[in-house]
Design a protein around this ligand. Structure first.
Ligand SMILES: *Cc1c(COP(=O)(O)O)cnc(C)c1O
Length: 765
C-alpha cells in the first residue's frame, strides 16, 4: 500500500499533510507514505512518519501536463493520492475530469458548488450563510455595506484568505493586496458573525459519507487558527442532511465545514474546505481516524483501530531532525526590508493561482445564480455594477457652472441639491412627529459653516446647533433668533463676549464641571436658556465627550447634580455617536441602551426628561434610506422608557451638507502608462479632500461628445494630487474616458461636509 500525501506546510497556518501521515501511520504501520511538496522549505517534509518525499519544482515552474502524467502513473499502479492543498485540488479536478478511483479529491463541479462565499450546497444543511457582496460593486455601495454591517466585515479572496477590515483605508489597502495577488477584482465582503467557532470534518468516497465529527475551537492562534479543540459526535439531524449533500456532490476525499455558532445557537457556514483540516490528527486522538476510514473504503484493507485517548487535543511546537538528503536552504541575500504577501507560503501558491486562472480552471458561471439563491440573505443579490449612482440634482446643479471659467480646484455649491436635502429632512421630521412628541432638526454649523447653508437651514425651519459662541454669532447674523440655537460641545465658553443677550433654546453640558458652571450662570441670570441639559458619554463605545455614567460613583454624582438643577427650565439629555463610524445597526442598539440609562437618571434624579437630543453623525444615504421606518419605531419606543419626552432634536451635519458641494479640479498631466496602471496628475489634492481616507467620493467627468456627466467606473488609473506628498493620491483604480485631455475638469461629489470645512491651504506659496 502506497499513499501520497501533499500539503506539508507546518507554519502557524499549517496544512494537514503531517496530521494525515501521523493518523495513517497508526492505522497502517506497514504502508509506504510518500510526502509530496513543491518546496523544500515546507518543514513537514522532514516528518518521521513519511517513508519518502516526492519533491517537485515550485508551482510557477512546474510542467503541469507532465506532473499530471506522473500522477496518473502513480494512481494506475495502485497508489492513493490525498491532497491537502486547495489549489492542487482544483487543478487535479481539471487535470482528471473523469476522476480516478485512487484520486481522493472532489470533482471540479463539486468544488464549484462549495466555492465561497455562496456555497450553494448549503441549502439542505441546518446552517445560514452570512450576508455578502462581491467587490465588483461600486466603492460607494461597498462603503454602504460596511456601514450597514457596523464595520464588522471580512474581505475574502476568491479561493482562500480572509482578512478582517475595520475601516475604509484598511479595506482599500487589503483589496489592493488581494486583487493583485490573485489577479482578480472578484473578491467578497462578508459580514462578521460573533460566536464560537466550530467545524465538522468528514470523510467520503464516491458520494458516500463514511464518517464525520465535530470540533470546537478551544484556543486560537493570532490568525484564528485552531490551537486546541474538543471533538464530539455530529447531531443526527446534521449527519443525515450532510449525507444527502455528499451524495448529490458525489464527493470523494476529506472536507471541513467551518462554522460559527452565534448566541442564539444558529450555525453560520463560513467556508467549505475541500480537504481534511490541519487539526485532523486531533480527531484521531479522539478515536475518529478520518483518513484511515477513507483508505479503508478505497482499498478494503481493514485499518488498525485508533483508540480514543482523549476528546480534547492541543498543539505543541516540535523540533525534528532535518533529512540529510533535504538540507536547509542557504540564508537569503540580505535584501533590504523585503516584505512579502501575507500568505508567506514558500511554494509559490500565488503564482500557481495565476497559472490556474490562465488555464480557466476557476469557472465562475455559477456565481450569478448562487448570488440570487442567496437573495434571502439580503445583499447577496445586489446587481453587480461598478458605477456609482449619482442623483440627477447633482447634474442639474452642475449645468449652472461655466467650468471653463472657474479657477480650479474649486468647491461648487449645489444649490438645488442642498435645498432638496433641507426640505426632505424637514418633511421627514414633520412626518415623524406625533401628537405627543415633536421632532425638530438642528443644523450642525461646524460641519459646514457656509452662510448659504445656514440661511437655508433657517428658511427650512431648522434650529441651529453651535459648538462655540462664534458659531452662535454667525447663526444670529444669518437670521436665527437666539432661542432657535442649541449650544453644545466642550468649548462653549470660548469668546464669552459673544454670548447673546436673549435666551438660547438649549445648552448641553459636556462635563460635571461644565454643569456646575452652567447652573451657576443660569441661577445668577447671566445665562438664559429654555432647556438645560447634559451630554452623556456613551458606555461601551469609547468617546471623549459627555459625562461618564459607567461607574456607580460617576452615576451617583450625576444623579446628585440632576437633583439640584434649576426648576424653571426644562431638562434634556443629549448623546451623540456617529453612525457613519460605528455602523447603523450598532447605532440603533446604542439608542435603545441610552433610553434605559436615561430612564434610570429620570427615576433617581427626580427630574422628568422632556427633551432628547440624538446628535448627528449620519451618512446622507443612511438617514435617507430606510431610516423613516427605523425612526418611527424608535419614536414609538420612547414613551415606554421616558414618558415625559415632548421634543426630539436631531442634529444632522454631514447628512445634509456632504452632498451639497462638489470639488472641481483639472487634469494637469496624463502620464504614459507603465504596465497596467496609468497615472494622472490633477490640481486638486487631499488638502481639499481631507475625508478621502474615510469614505469614497463619486467622481464625474463630462463626455466630450454628448456633454453628459458620467460617474467614473473602476479601472487602472490613479489620480495623483498636486501636492508633493506621498499620500496625496485623490483616487485609485478609476477609469478615465479614453479621450481625456489635459485641462479636462473632473468633479468630485460628496465634498460638502468636512472636506469643505476642514480643507486647508497648502502648497500655494
Ligand atoms: C458635529 C456635531 C454634529 C453633526 O455631526 P455630523 O457628523 O456632521 O452629522 C451634531 N451635533 C454635535 C453636538 C456635533 O458636535
Amino acid at each position: 500500500m502506497k499513499i501520497y500525501i501533499s500539503g506539508l506546510y507546518c507554519g502557524t497556518n499549517p496544512q494537514p499533510g503531517v496530521g494525515i501521515a501521523r493518523s495513517l501511520r497508526g492505522a497502517y504501520p506497514n504502508a509506504t507514505l510518500v510526502g509530496v511538496e513543491y518546496s523544500n522549505r515546507c518543514s513537514g517534509v522532514h516528518w518521521q512518519d513519511l517513508d519518502d518525499v516526492w519533491l517537485q519544482r515550485p508551482w510557477e515552474e512546474l510542467n503541469l501536463a507532465d506532473h499530471a502524467d506522473q500522477i496518473r502513473k502513480v494512481l494506475d499502479a495502485g497508489g492513493l493520492w490525498i491532497s491537502s492543498i486547495d489549489l492542487e485540488i482544483m487543478w487535479l479536478g481539471s487535470a482528471f475530469p473523469e476522476g480516478h478511483p485512487n484520486l481522493l479529491v472532489p470533482s471540479l463541479p463539486a468544488l464549484q458548488k462549495v466555492s465561497k462565499p455562496a456555497i450553494s450546497a448549503h441549502k439542505d444543511l441546518p446552517v445560514k450563510i452570512p450576508t455578502f457582496v462581491t467587490t465588483e460593486l461600486s466603492d460607494w455601495d461597498l462603503h454602504a455595506f460596511c456601514r450597514e454591517h457596523n464595520w464588522r466585515v471580512w474581505l475574502k479572496g476568491p479561493y482562500y484568505e480572509a482578512v478582517r477590515v475595520r475601516s475604509w483605508t484598511e479595506f482599500v489597502t487589503m483589496r489592493n493586496v488581494l486583487s493583485t495577488a490573485w489577479s482578480t477584482d472578484r473578491l467578497y465582503l462578508q459580514t462578521h458573525v460573533s460566536g464560537y467557532e466550530e467545524s465538522i470534518t468528514l470523510s467520503a468516497y464516491q458520494g458516500e459519507l463514511l464518517h464525520c465529527v465535530a470540533m470546537r475551537k478551544r484556543d486560537l492562534t493570532e490568525m484564528s487558527k485552531t490551537w486546541a479543540g474538543d471533538i464530539s459526535e455530529v447531531p443526527e439531524e446534521f449527519v443525515s442532511a450532510l449525507r444527502g449533500v455528499i451524495k448529490t456532490l458525489n464527493w470523494s476525499g476529506g472536507a471541513e465545514l467551518e462554522m460559527v455558532r452565534d448566541s442564539q445557537n444558529q450555525l453560520w457556514l463560513l467556508e467549505v474546505n475541500p480537504r481534511f483540516p490541519a487539526w485532523i490528527h486531533g480527531a484521531t486522538i479522539a478515536g475518529h481516524n478520518m483518513s484511515a476510514l477513507l483508505v479503508e473504503a478505497v482499498t478494503g484493507e481493514p485499518a488498525q483501530k485508533s483508540p480514543a485517548i482523549s476528546e480534547e487535543f492541543t498543539r505543541v511546537v516540535l523540533e525534528v531532525p532535518v533529512r540529510p538528503e533535504l538540507p536547509l536552504s542557504p540564508l537569503p541575500e540580505p535584501l533590504a526590508g523585503r516584505v512579502g504577501h501575507s500568505l508567506k507560503h514558500p511554494s509559490g501558491l500565488l503564482q500557481f493561482a495565476n497559472r490556474l486562472h490562465d488555464l480557466n480552471v476557476f469557472n465562475h458561471e455559477d456565481d450569478a445564480a448562487a448570488n440570487i439563491e442567496n437573495g434571502n440573505n439580503g445583499n447577496g443579490a445586489l446587481p453587480k455594477t461598478d458605477t456609482a449612482n449619482v442623483p440627477t440634482s447633482f447634474v442639474d446643479d452642475l449645468t449652472h457652472f461655466d467650468l471653463g471659467q472657474i479657477e480650479t480646484p474649486s468647491f461648487l455649491f449645489l444649490e438645488k441639491t442642498a435645498t432638496g436635502l433641507f426640505n426632505k429632512a424637514q418633511a421627514l421630521s414633520a412626518e415623524l412627529s406625533t401628537e405627543d412628541i415633536k421632532v425638530t432638526n438642528a443644523y450642525s454649523i461646524k460641519t459646514n459653516p457656509d452662510e448659504r447653508l445656514i440661511r437655508l437651514a433657517h428658511e427650512s425651519g431648522f434650529l441651529a446647533e453651535a459648538i462655540s459662541l462664534l458659531e452662535v454669532k454667525k447663526a444670529l447674523d444669518a437670521g436665527f433668533n437666539s432661542d432657535q440655537i442649541i449650544l453644545n460641545g466642550p468649548g462653549k465658553w470660548w469668546h464669552k463676549e459673544a454670548l447673546p443677550e436673549g435666551s438660547l433654546y438649549s445648552v448641553f453640558c459636556d462635563s460635571m464641571e461644565d454643569l456646575t458652571r452652567v447652573v451657576e450662570e443660569y441661577n445668577s441670570g447671566n445665562l438664559k436658556t429654555r432647556v438645560l441639559g447634559i451630554r452623556l458619554r456613551t458606555p461601551n463605545i469609547s468617546s471623549r465627550f459627555g459625562i461618564p455614567i459607567d461607574t456607580p460613583e460617576a452615576f451617583q454624582m450625576l444623579v446628585g447634580a440632576v437633583r439640584n438643577l434649576p426648576r424653571d427650565c426644562r431638562f434634556g439629555i443629549h448623546f451623540h455617536m456617529a453612525s457613519s463610524n460605528v455602523g447603523v445597526g450598532q447605532w440603533w442598539h446604542l439608542f435603545e441602551s441610552m433610553l434605559k440609562w436615561c430612564s434610570s437618571i429620570e427615576a433617581l434624579g427626580g427630574r422628568t426628561i422632556e427633551v432628547l437630543d440624538i446628535g448627528g453623525g449620519w451618512f446622507p444615504e443612511d438617514l435617507a434610506k430606510n431610516s423613516g421606518d427605523r425612526f418611527r419605531k424608535a419614536i414609538n419606543l420612547i414613551p415606554e422608557f421616558l414618558p415625559h419626552v415632548r421634543q426630539i432634536l436631531s442634529e444632522p451635519g454631514k447628512a445634509i451638507a456632504q452632498p451639497s458641494m462638489a470639488l472641481a479640479m483639472q487634469i494637469l498631466e496624463i502620464r504614459n502608462s507603465y504596465g497596467e496602471t496609468r497615472e494622472v496628475v490633477v490640481d486638486g489634492s487631499i488638502a481639499e479632500l481631507p475625508m478621502y481616507f474615510f469614505y469614497p467620493h463619486r467622481i464625474l467627468s463630462r463626455d466630450r461628445q454628448s456633454g453628459a456627466w458620467k460617474s467614473l467606473n473602476r479601472g487602472k488609473t490613479h489620480l495623483l494630487g498636486r501636492l508633493c506628498m506621498e499620500h496625496d493620491i485623490v483616487a485609485t483604480n478609476v477609469e478615465l474616458p479614453q479621450d481625456a485631455e489635459v485641462g479636462d475638469v473632473l468633479v468630485f461629489c460628496d465634498a460638502g461636509a468636512y472636506d469643505r470645512s476642514m480643507s486647508y491651504v497648502f502648497g500655494r506659496g
